[in-house]
Design a protein around this ligand. Structure first.
Ligand code: NAP
Length: 309
């Protein structure tokens, strides 16, 4: 059984920045990278809003840089998945499958996962034309007609990116107004390969083992039902916090985001801290997650010091 001062769960900007700060405080953090090392940014293309990169940076490259920076100061990065935790007594218990670890402090930075609509055909055709990651799968749709669902920044970003490959990209949005920021909207609205279908919802994803062949749509104003022929379907309707592991142990809000106290990263269990998208339904940016990771490491360090006194 391995014991750690600080066990970090998750490897997005929050986890790696917590690791950089904890390592530099000589806390020798152990970081379990999870199913998708590097987190959500490994499925994005250009990151243009992270300070320090005037020309922008590719998401996967930025995460690789952060990992190297965390390791340089003594973080152990394990490519493992945490399967269970027990925060009811100290030291805290964390399992990676059957392997038990203990820790004096835990930083949770498990992020959030893409949501799907839940309509018939969607899950059945996952990986056969249904995706939530344009960066991962866009390449497969060269010269094809595809659709993106949603009206937020993710939908605009995915749609714009997909025009590099696709012949035509339909953005299907349930309202007649976009939620996305002005700059992202403008980019998508002026792209000649993108067509917007307003006030429209997907009722079914159509296809078979050979892949997606279309979507059945309903116009929410006219109630008209139609079929649109597409071979690719990208869900871009937001995210769900990855907090299943902590149910019944940590306080969460009604949609599952971890609650932290005030402007700190303290959860309701002393010694367990939360940082990044898992605890932030408001900002959800790489830079805010990174900042919160730094806060969590400082909170953990000070809390550990206070315990030692
Ligand atoms: P979001 O802002 O929550 O937008 C989700 C979109 O999906 C909304 O347009 C919403 O419609 C639609 N939607 C949700 N549930 C739906 C359902 N059941 N059926 C149909 N449509 C549904 O999520 P996001 O676009 O993933 O962005 C999340 C955060 O990340 C935001 O803060 C965003 O600014 C940020 N982000 C930034 C960048 C960037 O700056 N490069 C890129 C991506 C994301 P309604 O509008 O009708 O609610």
């Amino acid at each position: 059984m391995a014991h750690h001062h600080v066990f970090i769960i998750g490897s997005g900007p929050a986890g790696y920045n917590a690791a950089i700060y904890a390592a530099r405080a000589d806390l020798k953090p152990y970081l379990a990278a999870g199913l998708q090392p590097g987190g959500q940014l490994t499925t994005t293309t250009d990151v243009e809003n992270f300070p320090g990169y005037p020309e922008g940076v590719m998401g996967p490259q930025m995460m690789e840089d952060l990992r190297q920076q965390a390791e340089r100061f003594g973080t152990t990065v394990a490519y493992t998945m945490v399967s269970k935790v027990d925060f009811s007594s100290r030291p805290f218990k964390i399992w990676e499958d059957d392997e038990l670890h203990t820790a004096d402090a835990v930083i949770i930075s498990t992020g959030a996962t893409a949501r799907y609509l839940g309509v018939p055909g969607e899950q059945e055709l996952l990986g056969k034309g249904v995706s939530a990651c344009a960066t991962c799968d866009g390449f497969f749709f060269r010269d094809q007609d595809i659709c993106v669902i949603g009206g937020g920044d993710s939908a605009m970003e995915e749609a714009s990116f997909l025009t590099k490959f696709a012949r035509k990209v339909y953005v299907i949005h349930r309202r007649d107004e976009l939620r996305a920021s002005k700059i992202m909207q403008e980019r998508a609205l002026k792209n000649p390969k993108i067509e917007f279908l307003w006030n429209t919802v997907v009722e079914e994803v159509l296809g078979n083992d050979d892949g997606v062949r279309g979507v059945r749509l309903r116009n929410r104003v006219t109630d008209e039902v139609s079929e649109l022929a597409v071979t690719g379907y990208f869900a871009a309707i937001g995210h769900k916090p990855n907090t299943e592991l902590f149910k019944g142990q940590l306080e969460m809000n009604d949609v599952g985001y971890l609650e932290v106290q005030g402007r700190s990263t303290f959860t309701n269990v002393e010694g367990v801290f939360a940082a990044g998208d898992v605890a932030d339904a408001t900002y959800r940016q790489a830079i805010t997650a990174a900042g919160m990771g730094c806060q969590a490491a400082i909170d953990a360090e000070r809390w550990l010091e206070a315990q030692a006194d």
